[in-house]
Design a binder for this molecule. Structure first.
Ligand code: TA6
Length: 281
């Protein structure tokens, strides 16, 4: 069966044997198995009861990234910590496609007060033999323009993060959140992790390669998203997160496609589509 729902989770299976899972909480992809290997990291300590955003998977950051002084929303916004509506399945021989929806009328009043705009988000997850696509379509249902950030906060599972590399960021300017937001230009074709990394790379090319470290590669192709965040909490930040194992930093790396360095401006009545395609190579 290409897709079925159980316990507020949608289970997808492609004829090739690839699989995925999407929690209705945050429409969070919590598993992607390709070539019989789990590619997505979810912490063993993650809360899966809807009490907080899932620590891992592909959380959707919207309408803000981080926190904003004048917008009283939790870090990374409300999309990842509210239940989305399951809109059903479209399936053919090549892809299993499921869709999820979130409207302003479905979020708590407190969040609506903090970000008082009428919107409709439709999120599409498409599973094929070697790829998973996660795209969202946002409609501004206000008459007035609004602005937002958005980002796919993808946690990749790796055997040893010190052996992983992110290829394709050379010459990109980045903001280093580990160095008080200082700005640098990436000098390396391959970014490696040997300590806490929390960088917002700006105006990044659409195709990056995650060299997992076990000989496999994952192509990360973003669409209509300008920036990419690379994050690993390392030792001290790992200990500080209650929903993250102290040693789990060794087995994950976040490479996050988004538009976060600047606001995206969307006129009333207009729609905006963006997303990413992850492909095992
Ligand atoms: O994407 C990197 C980041 O912004 C880090 O600064 C860290 O805060 C991470 O997101 C996780 O944020 P969360 O709110 O999920 O704990």
């Amino acid at each position: 069966m290409p897709a079925h729902e159980s316990n507020k989770t949608i289970f997808l299976e492609h004829p090739s044997g690839s699989k995925a899972q999407v929690s209705l909480f945050g429409a969070t992809v919590t598993s992607w198995v390709a070539d019989n290997v789990e590619r997505i990291f979810v912490s063993k300590e993650a809360k899966l009861d809807g009490s907080k955003a899932i620590r891992g998977g592909i959380p959707i950051c919207f309408p803000i990234f981080g926190t904003k002084e004048k917008i009283a929303l939790p870090q990374h916004g409300f999309a990842r910590n509210n239940y989305w509506e399951y809109l059903g399945i479209v399936s053919d021989n090549d892809e299993v496609v499921v869709r999820f929806g979130l409207k302003d009328t479905q979020i708590p009043q407190e969040a609506r007060n903090a970000w008082p705009h009428s919107f409709r988000l439709t999120y599409t997850v498409s599973l094929s033999a070697k790829s998973i696509k996660t795209f969202f379509n946002l409609k501004n249902e206000d008459e007035d323009t609004f602005e937002f950030n958005t980002l796919l906060h993808t946690y990749f599972s790796v055997p040893d993060v010190t052996s992983s590399q992110v290829q394709g960021l050379a010459s990109c300017e980045y903001v280093d959140k580990v160095k008080e937001g200082a700005k640098f230009t990436e000098q390396n074709e391959n970014v490696t992790i040997a300590g806490e990394v929390d960088r917002v790379y700006k105006k990044v090319q659409d195709r990056l390669i995650l060299k997992v470290g076990d000989g496999s590669r994952i192509q990360i192709e973003k669409s209509n998203l300008k920036d990419t965040v690379v994050w690993n909490p390392w030792i001290e930040k790992a200990k500080a997160m209650g929903d993250f194992g102290n040693e789990e930093y060794k087995n994950m790396i976040c490479v996050e496609a988004g538009s976060v360095a600047d606001w995206v401006v969307l006129a009333g009545g207009q729609t905006w589509t963006a997303g990413q395609t992850l492909t095992v190579a």
